[in-house]
Design a protein around this ligand. Sequence first.
Ligand SMILES: [Zn+2]
Length: 165
Amino acid sequence: MMETESPALAHRTDLIDLASFDGRRTAELCSDYLEKCGLETAIFDEGSLQTFVFFTKPAANVKVQVQEKDYDQAVTRLIEFEKEHPKLVPFIYSCPECGSFAVEYPQFSRKFFSFLLIEWMSSLGAFPKRCYCRKCHSTWPRGHRTEINPLHLERHPDMFVPPPA
Ligand SMILES: [Zn+2]
């Protein structure tokens, strides 16, 4: 049976992506935490995009979004959330180079129509799928951290984090 997509799971253009999660449960817990701190959040699941466009098993597909003005505070709260829930750290993506939560997987543009050929070649192995950091533009093979990324605390809150392409 098809799951009816709730409007609450739409990708909202008035908010920005805070972080990517494996699994909706962790994203929901994080979203609840941020809401309790007074921040507006939304959850977006791009699992079907990853499955049907990028031909990949969904990973890092559940996004928590926040208001742009709240972004810096939300990052601080998300680090607190990780400290309170160390068992959930493996489900939250962060960059091994800069500690940012602004991670996409796979690394390809979401404006997929012009890039469809690249996606297809990738599915044939020409380009390996990797995680991508919107902040420092690093890419790395997908994997799970088992402990809090120590680089979170060295982040530069004033550095611009571009929205997903
Ligand atoms: Zn980075």
